[in-house]
Structure formats: C-alpha cells, structure tokens
Design a protein around this ligand. Structure first.
Ligand SMILES: [Zn+2]
Length: 467
C-alpha cells in the first residue's frame, strides 16, 4: 500500500516502492553500513554517505524526525594487514583512519549522522547478542569460534532472491557444521595484535554481527530503513537479517535501500580519472558542491561512471546555479511583477519534493530547479524585474540548494586566478618601489588575462573585465 502523501523508497526486499512512515515514537530510524576504516575513504564509499545524509536533510525539511545511524568497522582483517604494513598497532591505525574518515566527509559540508558507533565501543552488546543466538540454538561454538546455523533460518535468501538449496559454499568447512554457516565470533589467530575477551575465549566479532548489534542498540527492533551499497546485499545484509530476526526481533527493518556502485573503467567513452580514487583527492581537485552534484544528478540506484566527463558535467551544473544567483544579484530592477515567474517560484518546492518522494528521485529534483532557473533567465532577458520578486526567487532557490548541501553556490567566490593575483601583488611592490615602468607592464599582462586593476588609497583591487 502506498500513500500519495508520504515519501516512497524502493525496497530490495519487496522489489517495489514502499511508503516511508515513522515508527511508533514518530521517528524515522535509518541505519546505513559505514566504512571499514583501514585506508582513507574511497570515492565509491562517499556515495552512500552523500545519498543518506541528503535523504536525512530532505526528510527533515519535509517535517520528519530522523535518526540516522552509520557505523564504523574498526576491527577487521584489512585493518590488521594495513597496520602491520605500517608498523603501527591495529587499534591505533583504526583510530587514525576513523578520524580521517570524519575529517574527509566533514568537508562535504552535509553534517553528520546522529550516531556513528564503532565495533570496539559496541563489544559488550555484540557479545550479548551472540550469547542470545547460542541460547536459542541459532548459533554454536566450535574451537573458540561461534557460527550461525544458516539452514535453520527459513527466510534466508529472501533479500538477495536466492534459494538456500541452490547456494554454493565451496570453502573448506573447518570446524563448521555446514559450509553455509558463517562466523559470529573468530578466535584470535597468530599475528593478530588485538583481541577481546569473550565467553568463548579471546577473539573478535565477525563483520555481520556487528551491524545487527549496533543497529539494535541505536534504533531498536524493526526500524524504518536499512541502507548501504548494493554490494552488501549478499551476504552481509542477508546475514544481518538472519541474526537479528533469530534473536527475538520479528523484522529487522521495513525498507531495504541500496545505492548502486561507481564505475571506474567501464565507460570507455570517458576519460578515466586514473589514480584519483579517494574522497580526499577528489575534494582537493573539485569544490564540495561539484562532488555532491556529481552524486545527486544521477539516481542513487543507477551505476555512475566516475570520469572526467561526469565531473565536468557536475561542474557545469554548479556553474549554472552560481550564475543564476549572480544574475539575480546584478539584475536591473524596477520592472513589474511577473505572473509566470511567480507561479514557477511557488511551484518549485512542490515539484522538487514530488521528485524526491518518488524513490528519492534527485535527477527529477534538479530538473525542477532548472525549470525555475530557465523561467527566471527568460524573464531577466526580457527586461527589469520587480526587486521584491527577484528576492523571492533567490530565497526559494537558495533554500532548495541548501537542502542538497549546495547553499555555498550562492556565496560569491574569489574569482581571481592565482597568476593574476601574483601579478597584482608584484605590481603593488613595483609601485611602492616607484618602478612605474614595471607596474605598467604588469597592468598590461593582467588586462590581457581579462582582469582590470583599480588603484585606491588602500591598495589595488582587481575585477573581471566587461561582464
Ligand atoms: Zn553492515
């Protein structure tokens, strides 16, 4: 059943759009699987961060109370390996990488999830959950490990659409009863520099059980949305469901939302970005708004090529919004109130919200904002516009951009290129030294670069010429 007045999201579990309604306490609880902190965050892992942070911002703008939880996996084989290679204790390495993840994602300017639990800080509840699963017969101890009995959970495979008797587990079963069973607790192995005490001996939790425990800790049983990358559907999310729903919770989450992956070499028509692979590197090259526009101008369930072409398109999108705000600020005012523009302004938010209500359709939302931009530009081209009306359009547009984390596009940027700024500084020094010949040469160079120097008592200012 879908209600036209509530947002809908496509659920991987039911394979259709489901209405997103708050829980009994009035809150929309969202759990998103976060990164394993063994290296700086990959640009691919920034996609779920952007998608779910903006989903939260949108739902809040729509009046909902949202609690977004995204975990950090800070105990993992990859962390042991990376820490050993760096000659650092694994716990210290994970802390360092976790701090880097927070720093890098902060630079997107989208805010933070409401809670970001870690495995180390959640160890007691992870162990308690494993104990409950052993007591109920869903799990068993074998050689210091604990395993989950997959065949005992009859709904296993529902999320990924697989039948349990068609699953192949070719690995060596080791101490397991069945090759399909997966580890909830792993006994400490030689070479691992960190381990936690448990009723089954020292060791560490398996990856899947962490999320079941942290989601339950933070959001309780049967919360509204469980999200993550599509690569996590099997086995990670299938296993989370099996664990949580074998521990006394009849349903882990209402809607299972998965974002598609970034593509790196698949799109042969686009120039590859080579070795730019971390969010940090991407943010060194492009402003945060361009990175956000790159993710949001495609639907979250589409594969998205990470390429020079796509980044250039995202740059053009940002430039278009920035230019629109600039034209409003520079427009000649005094004309009469325009009925068509007024209508477009009033409708813009409704159209953006309608697109987002339909499975978080961000491309449709951007199209709706561009409709307003087009209407405005047509009106501006026709002559002066009423000042109050222009401000109304500006407020509406900036408000919508801000919801997407693009509010910074309304702030004027320093558009002076470095080579121009350097010549301006050099010219001021030449003038101070009364070397006016040199100062004139520099002025000519600056003008040839498209800028104009204005000398005042306080020093020199530079402006783009013409425009
Ligand atoms: Zn997870």
């Amino acid at each position: 059943m879908t209600d036209p007045d509530v947002p809908r999201l496509y659920s991987t579990l039911t394979r259709r759009n489901e209405s997103l309604v708050p829980g009994p306490d009035g809150t929309i609880g969202i759990y998103v699987c976060g990164p394993t902190v063994y290296a700086p965050i990959h640009i691919g892992n920034a996609r779920p961060f952007v998608v779910f942070m903006v989903l939260k911002r949108y739902l809040e703008r729509r009046g909902a109370r949202v609690r977004l939880v995204s975990n950090l996996t800070d105990v993992n084989d990859k962390i042991f390996a990376a820490a050993a290679a760096a000659g650092v204790a694994s716990t210290e390495w994970a802390e360092r990488m976790a701090a880097g993840y927070v720093e890098d994602t902060d630079r997107l300017g989208l805010g933070r999830p409401d809670a970001e639990p870690t495995v180390v800080a959640s160890m007691a509840s992870i162990i308690a959950l494993i104990e409950r699963l052993i007591e109920s017969g869903a799990a068993y101890v074998a050689d210091g490990d604990v395993y989950f009995r997959v065949r005992r959970f009859t709904r296993y495979g529902a999320l990924s659409g697989q039948r349990i008797d068609e699953m192949h587990a070719s690995e060596d079963t080791g101490p397991k009863e069945d090759a399909l069973d997966f580890a909830l607790w792993k006994a400490r192995k030689a070479g691992e520099d960190a381990a936690w005490d448990s009723p089954w001996g020292p060791g560490r939790p398996g990856w899947h059980i962490e999320c079941s425990a942290m989601a339950c800790d933070q959001l309780g049983c049967d919360f509204q949305v469980h999200g993550g990358g599509i690569d996590l559907v099997f086995p990670h999310h299938e296993n989370e469901i099996a664990q949580t729903e074998s521990s006394g919770c009849h349903r882990m989450a209402g809607i299972w939302v998965h974002n598609e992956m970034l593509e790196f070499a698949g799109d042969k028509m686009s120039k590859s970005l080579g070795n730019v692979t971390t969010l940090r590197e991407v943010l060194e090259r492009w402003p945060q708004e361009v990175v956000i526009a790159f993710f949001l101008t495609s639907h979250y369930r589409s594969r998205l090529p990470f390429s020079e072409d796509r980044m250039a398109e995202a740059e053009a999108v940002c430039e278009r919004f920035r230019n629109t705000i600039r034209s409003i600020d520079r427009a000649a005012t005094g004309g009469s109130h325009d009925v068509a523009l007024s209508r477009a302004t009033r409708m813009a938010q409704g159209l953006v919200f309608a697109a987002l209500d339909d499975d978080f359709g961000t491309p449709g939302a951007f199209a709706a904002m561009f409709d307003l931009v087009r209407e405005l530009n047509a009106r501006l081209a026709a002559g002066p516009v009423d000042a109050a009306q222009l401000q109304e359009v500006r407020v509406r547009l900036v408000d919508l951009l801000d919801m997407f984390g693009l509010g910074g596009l309304a702030t004027p940027v320093d558009e002076t290129p470095r080579e121009v700024a350097e010549r301006v500084a050099e010219r001021e020094a030449a003038r101070a030294a009364r070397d006016f010949g040199r100062a004139d040469v520099l002025r000519a160079e600056i003008e040839a670069m498209g800028f104009e120097v204005v000398d005042t008592a306080e020093g020199s200012s530079v402006y783009p010429r013409g425009d």
